[in-house]
Design a protein around this ligand. Structure first.
Ligand code: MN
Length: 200
């Protein structure tokens, strides 16, 4: 079971290419940003564009994919609404995550991906910077470490084909709490695979 520890979010595109034999895959992207811009700082390939490039390459089963935890700076309202109207992705904002709570968020995700081969991409910047300061594009006012661990633990029964945890920057993580959280997130992801194997 491939699990990528990043590195900036651009790492996810080549990792998704490696799922091609099972793909297109349902992508569950935990992120405070859409990463679906056509270009970002004038570049077609970087950590703000990987989702759109992956969709263009036919790697993403958009009808069964979802972005979770969107907040932060927008260039325009269509940054979010365009996910649904242009790209066919579903999404939950950070406000949705707080309003629903972990159990209902997990249910929305499970309903969205169904029995499709699925991939979790976890951008650490979805977590409130109070819990995960060691990242390059922090966005204030996010869910806690516990909220996100709780959501992950409820994603049982899904047919996962890969995972990543990205955007951890040790230089901005003086007490190591971001790395500790990232390690626990990775552990929970692999545990989802173990639980599914045991159930079978
Ligand atoms: Mn990202």
């Amino acid at each position: 079971m491939p699990l990528l520890i990043g590195g900036d979010h651009a790492c996810t595109l080549p990792h998704l290419r490696a799922t091609r034999s099972r793909g297109p895959v349902a992508v569950i992207d935990f992120d405070s940003h859409t990463d679906a811009w056509d270009s970002y700082f004038g570049e077609k390939h970087n950590h703000g564009t990987w989702m759109r490039r992956a969709i263009e390459e036919g790697l993403v089963d958009t009808a069964h994919s979802i972005e979770v935890g969107l907040r932060g700076s927008l260039y325009g309202a269509e940054d979010w609404t365009g996910l649904r109207t242009e790209l066919g992705l579903d999404y939950l904002t950070t406000e949705d995550v707080f309003a629903l709570g972990p159990a209902a968020v997990a249910e929305r995700i499970r309903a969205r991906v169904g029995d499709r081969p699925s991939y979790i991409s976890f951008d650490i910047d979805v977590v409130d910077p109070a819990f995960a300061p060691g990242t390059g594009t922090p966005e204030a006012g996010g869910p806690s470490a516990h909220d996100l661990l709780a959501i992950l633990r409820l994603l049982t029964g899904i047919d996962f084909v890969g995972f990543d945890v990205v955007e951890v920057i040790p230089a901005y993580d003086p007490a190591g709490q971001t790395a500790t959280l990232a390690a626990n997130l990775a552990y929970e992801m692999l545990s989802l695979v173990a639980v599914r194997h045991r159930a079978r």
